[in-house]
Design a protein around this ligand. Structure first.
Ligand SMILES: [Zn+2]
Length: 153
């Protein structure tokens, strides 16, 4: 099945450098099946050494983007679009966490409702590919369900 393959293999093509970076980032987290989104946020906060605040927004600016993040010396802020379906918001959240884990400075992911469409659109940037890859991996690693019936993909 296509769905299964996208989780078993690598859903986003990564360079050797990106592969090393993302696998190192994941190994810092120690994710387990059954963890909640908040557990993942806490785990990333521990790795970063600063708290992560989450904010849902229906702000005009977020009509064109699904999520974003800001890093300050004392905390990280992740903003995501409140109008998106919950599963999609979670994917956006994991995507932004992926950026934080890779120590990226910004997210330039275009806003779209369709995962498949988003996946194609983000391929142009190495940083976006890394964040998107981590979003899939995080969802996969904390899922209690069998791979073939996962919500994303
Ligand atoms: Zn991004």
């Amino acid at each position: 099945m296509v769905l299964e393959r996208s989780y078993e293999g690598i859903p986003v093509p990564l360079s050797r450098k990106s592969r090393a970076l993302t696998s190192r980032a994941l190994s810092e987290l120690q994710l387990e099946p059954g963890m909640l989104a908040q557990d993942v946020v806490d785990a990333v906060a521990t790795v970063l050494g600063k708290p992560i605040f989450l904010e849902q927004t229906v702000d005009e600016r977020f009509k064109k983007t699904t999520g974003s993040f800001a890093l300050t010396p004392n905390f990280a802020l992740i903003v995501f679009r409140g109008i998106d379906p919950q599963a999609y918001q979670m994917h956006s959240l994991f995507h932004e966490l992926g950026h934080l884990l890779c120590r990226h400075r910004e997210c330039s992911r275009p806003g779209t409702q369709l995962e498949t469409e988003a996946l194609e659109l983000v391929l142009w940037s190495e940083a976006e590919r890394e964040a998107e890859f981590l979003a899939f991996k995080i969802a996969s690693l904390i899922s209690r369900k069998s791979r073939s019936i996962q919500a994303f993909g």
